[in-house]
Design a protein around this ligand. Structure first.
Ligand SMILES: [Zn+2]
Length: 320
């Protein structure tokens, strides 16, 4: 029996957990050592992983050994072989292959189960809904982006947060409690991702570019196609990502030093690549969300005006 390929080795997770007195037929306390779980938030799924709705983590067999036995990934891997492939001859090549597959799986950590759970929690949470109302994010936008609410309880501290899924494997959480000391918590990986990448390749003839996720949600709330860079550090990423080069890009970065620098850098890129662009000044406010919150009608009107300019620009080009 060949039981040391990646998939079959991983399929021992259930029996591994059971051997540590964890009943996998019901919810159990999260095994993430950084999560203070008093609610039994972790669940075993038949894809040979466990998912936690409290901290969002998902673990396979090797991660579970790391967490429960407090060892590094290499040692966890050795122990898995020891426990489940005892006495079998395993070549270095086979080991290398499994390590590689595990690395790919970790890079594609799937938070979707947690996102759906957190979205339902948001619908039932008054404080979270009120927070989004004060930032004028519409219910339609909340659903479109599957925004969620979760109370993270880490050993290092807790936060009550609006969760914004960036990709299947990264999210940003905005702390909404007053006693919290962190404003944002990001899952591993989300620092490097652009929010709402779809807006770069759809059929809409324009796309706003802003910095924060809440700014992007503000544009989307008034039906304006938009991406958020996440941080001005992501400009290189933006340059290299797949995009429709026939769109008109509308720069709506923060009105501060970093925003201005990003604005200039993006303009240079657009000129070099013969991509059309326009400027949007956020009505002079710090960022698009503040403009929406302070002067909603004005915000909408200014967006409509700039979209008309986009349409005129396209017509002009067609006539030429
Ligand atoms: Zn957890």
């Amino acid at each position: 029996m060949n039981s040391f390929d990646y998939e079959s080795l991983k399929s021992n997770l259930r029996s591994y957990l059971e051997s540590h007195n964890i009943n996998t037929s019901k919810m159990f306390n999260c095994i993430n050592p950084n999560h203070r779980d008093i609610n039994a938030s972790m669940k075993y799924y038949d894809d040979n992983k466990v998912y936690c709705f409290g901290c969002g983590e998902c673990y396979n067999l090797f991660d579970a050994i790391c967490a429960i036995e407090n060892v590094g990934p290499k040692e966890a891997f050795n122990r898995a072989l020891q426990y489940f492939c005892h006495g079998q001859k395993i070549t270095p090549r086979q080991i290398k292959k499994i390590v590689k597959e595990d690395k790919i799986e970790k890079e594609n950590k799937d938070y979707n189960k947690a996102y759906n759970y957190w979205h339902k929690k948001l619908k039932a949470n008054k404080q979270a809904k009120e927070y989004l109302r004060t930032r004028k994010i519409s219910d339609k936008t909340i659903d479109k982006f599957n925004l969620g609410y979760n109370e993270f309880d880490f050993i290092a501290g807790g936060l009550k947060a609006i969760v914004i899924p960036i990709t299947d494997n990264s999210y940003t959480a905005r702390n909404i409690s007053n006693d919290g000391n962190v404003r944002y918590y990001k899952s591993k990986g989300s620092h490097t991702d652009i929010f709402n990448k779809k807006a770069l390749v759809n059929n809409i003839p324009f796309c706003f570019i802003c910095e924060g996720e809440f700014d992007c949600l503000s544009f989307e709330t008034v039906n304006a196609n938009s991406i958020a860079l996440g941080s001005t550090c992501n400009i290189e990423k933006f340059k290299n990502i797949e995009k429709n080069k026939n769109k008109v890009y509308i720069l709506a970065l923060d009105n501060d030093e970093a925003g201005e620098k990003a604005n200039l850098e993006l303009k240079e890129y657009f000129r070099d690549n013969h991509i059309k662009f326009l400027d949007f000044d956020n009505l002079g406010f710090k960022d698009p969300n503040q403009a929406l919150v302070q002067e909603e009608d004005n915000f909408k009107n200014s967006i409509n005006q700039i979209i008309e300019r986009v349409n005129r620009k396209i017509k002009q080009d067609e006539m030429m």
